[in-house]
Design a protein. Structure first.
Length: 132
C-alpha cells in the first residue's frame, strides 16, 4: 500500500517521516473489522508499542471479544532472525523488543524463541478451541 521508496526508507533507514502510521493502523483495523463482520475468523498480527496503541486496539475490536496473544522471543534470536530476513534494521527490531511488552493483558502467552511457527499455530488452535 506504500510506494517502494517509502518502504525502503522505513526498512533500511528507520525513517518514518513520510508515513502516516495512524492512517495505516486505522485502515488495517477497518479491514479486519470488515472481515469479522462477514463472519470470518482471523488472526490479526500487530505489535503494540504503547499504552495508547493498546487502548486503540482494544477499542477497535471490543465488540468481537478477541483472544489476545502475547508473543515473546529472546533478543539473541530476534537479532539472528532480523539479520537473516534483511528487511529491517537491528535498530527497528531493538525498538520493538524494548517497547512491545506490557501494554495489554494477554489471554495467552507464547514464546517463539525455540518454537516453530507450525507449533505456535498448533498451540493457538488449541487455545481457540478451548482445549488449553
Amino acid at each position: 500500500c506504500l510506494p517502494r521508496s517509502i518502504v525502503e526508507r522505513v526498512d533500511r533507514q528507520n525513517d518514518r517521516s513520510s508515513v502516516d502510521s495512524r492512517a495505516i493502523v486505522d485502515g488495517a483495523y477497518a479491514c479486519a473489522r470488515a472481515l469479522l463482520d462477514q463472519g470470518h475468523k482471523i488472526v490479526f498480527d500487530v505489535v503494540i508499542l504503547s499504552d495508547a496503541g493498546a487502548q486503540r486496539l482494544v477499542q477497535a475490536f471490543a465488540e468481537y471479544d478477541p483472544l489476545l496473544v502475547a508473543l515473546s522471543c529472546s533478543w539473541p534470536e530476534i537479532e539472528k532472525r532480523t539479520v537473516a530476513r534483511a528487511d529491517r534494521t537491528l535498530a527497528e527490531a531493538e525498538h520493538g523488543y524494548a517497547n512491545a511488552a506490557g501494554h495489554l493483558a494477554a489471554h495467552l502467552l507464547l514464546d517463539s524463541t525455540d518454537t516453530s511457527a507450525e507449533e505456535l499455530a498448533r498451540q493457538l488452535a488449541v487455545a481457540l478451541r478451548g482445549e488449553a
